[in-house]
Write a protein that binds this ligand. Structure first.
Ligand code: SAH
Length: 470
């Protein structure tokens, strides 16, 4: 049997889901994270690619409606070449691999080349986009059959679109051909008052629904030109949309920090990581400290990053926590306390409110006069805390252990964003540098008072949300 030529499966066709990165299957994510080479389509969420293993080769073979970055034959050849070179290949495809995705052709090419392959099904946009739009494709009251149709044929194939008779008809790849499709539906006997809905960018933060009837839809989309990708749902089920719409009710929140998973209960998190924290080069003081850590009475941490980078440098210098037997530790909040515990140290003081003022308050009646305090922090940090501690007689030394750097982010359409969540002063600065002002319709939120204070400096009037939600 020819598939036994290769003992180890080398090619995995993976359905990546329709857009929302969380809609990939558990199996798809595992296989993706084990692959040596990832070949991905244009519609694949960038977020998913971050799950590829370190050093994996990522190749865009992006397919666009009218323009293929790579012709299908070349994609097939590339898959085979990489697999024959001994690589595990993940071919990441939008939605489901086998529904209008030419996945069948790619599997055939593997088989022809004597390569074993596996297919991981994905959630198709044909079902996910209506679901996020509030349209169940079937319903006992009005639709007991469902047809999924492509509005786009092979080049040179001029046959009219197949119009099935079904309770609900869902069209993919049809935006450019919608005029003909509506005409064909009418000719096939669908009345002019049949409901139709377009779902653009289904399951994504910028999903939009445009509704009408076969009679008036062309007029409606003339006023509201459609974006791609989009699907069309035709049938009585569209009437349920008003009632069952759930996704558009969730606020869309732009988050530019590092931990989108902490905030998902607030709404749909749109993650664009604009700040990356990296270890800073040692200053003279840091060099001296890590060479031979001087004993301090207190070490005070104002962020989780400060803790991680401090211990990273400490371990790299050949020390561990045993040197802190006579040192006390203070942290700015519960989350930092949790991080410190990961290094085997229980904080002696935890600020009740997450701010420099909160930390100063936490020191309360503790006598710090003449005490030495080390503050491992970011390169840019506020002076409120060291000034406050010094005012109470402490001898403070700031130790720079990391810095926040700005990085480019994928495009974002702010028209579809309801709120922006700033998680640090650096995210505020980076946002302003990249986008300028915050559009009026967007509500700014800040995690903690220090971030709000920086926002104020940029004339951003933001509400503070509690860090304990994390
Ligand atoms: N295999 C894919 C479909 C590939 S064909 C799947 O199962 O979803 C490409 C077509 O899919 C597009 O023209 C569009 O009609 C539809 N599509 C893909 N992603 C979409 C999305 N997020 N929202 C709406 N339609 C989408």
């Amino acid at each position: 049997m020819k598939n036994q030529v290769s003992q180890k499966t080398k090619v995995f066709l993976i359905g990546a889901g329709p857009g929302d990165a969380e809609l990939i299957t558990v199996k798809g994510l595992r296989v993706l994270s084990q692959a040596d080479v990832v070949l991905y389509d244009h519609l694949i969420s960038r977020e998913l690619l971050t799950h590829a293993k370190e050093g994996a080769e990522k190749i865009s073979v992006g397919k666009f409606a009218s323009r293929h970055t790579l012709p299908q034959e070349k994609i097939n050849t590339l898959i085979i070449q990489k697999a024959k070179a001994g690589k595990i290949v993940a071919r990441l495809k939008g939605g489901d691999c086998y529904l209008f995705g030419r996945g069948g052709e790619e599997a055939e090419a593997c088989d022809d080349a004597g390569l074993a392959f596996e297919v991981v099904p994905g959630i198709t946009s044909a079902l996910a986009a209506p679901c996020y739009a509030g349209i169940p494709p079937t319903h006992r009251d009005c639709a007991s059959t469902l047809a999924v149709v492509t509005g786009h044929r092979k080049k040179g194939d001029d046959r009219p679109i197949d119009i099935p008779h079904a309770g609900t008809v869902i069209f993919l790849m049809s935006v450019g051909n919608i005029k003909n499709i509506i005409r064909s539906l009418r000719e096939a006997g669908y009345p002019a008052d049949t409901k139709i809905a377009a779902v653009e960018h289904g399951t994504c933060y910028d999903q939009r629904i445009v509704k009408g009837t076969l009679g008036n839809f062309l007029g409606i989309i003339k006023e509201n030109p459609l974006r791609t990708p989009a699907i069309f749902v035709v049938g009585k089920v569209v009437e349920l949309q008003d009632k069952l719409d759930w996704f558009s009710k969730k606020p869309k929140i732009l988050h530019m920090g590092n931990h989108p998973e902490h905030y998902s209960h607030l709404g749909t998190i749109v993650h664009r990581q604009i700040i990356r924290c990296i270890e800073s080069e040692n200053t003279n003081r840091a060099e001296a400290y890590f060479k031979q850590p001087k004993p301090y009475n207190w070490i005070v941490f104002t962020s989780r990053n400060g803790i991680s980078f401090f211990f990273k440098k400490l371990y790299a210098a050949g020390y561990d926590t045993r040197i802190f037997a006579n040192t006390k530790f203070a942290v700015i909040g519960k989350a930092s306390g949790k991080r410190l515990l990961e290094y085997g140290v229980k904080p002696d003081l935890t600020a009740a409110t997450e701010s420099s003022a909160g930390l100063l308050e936490a020191f309360g009646k503790t006598d710090i006069s003449g005490r030495s305090i080390l503050l491992p922090q970011a390169e840019v940090s506020s002076v409120e805390l060291p000034d406050g501690l010094s005012a109470r007689g402490a001898e403070c030394d700031k130790l720079t252990v990391y810095k926040a750097i700005e990085q480019g982010v994928d495009e974002i359409d702010l028209d579809y964003i309801d709120k922006i969540l700033f998680t640090s002063g650096s995210t505020v600065r980076a946002f302003v540098n990249r986008f300028g002002r915050i559009p009026k319709h967007i509500e700014p939120l800040c995690l903690g008072v220090p971030t709000q204070t920086i926002a104020k400096q940029y004339n951003i009037n933001a509400k503070v949300i509690d860090k304990d939600i994390m």
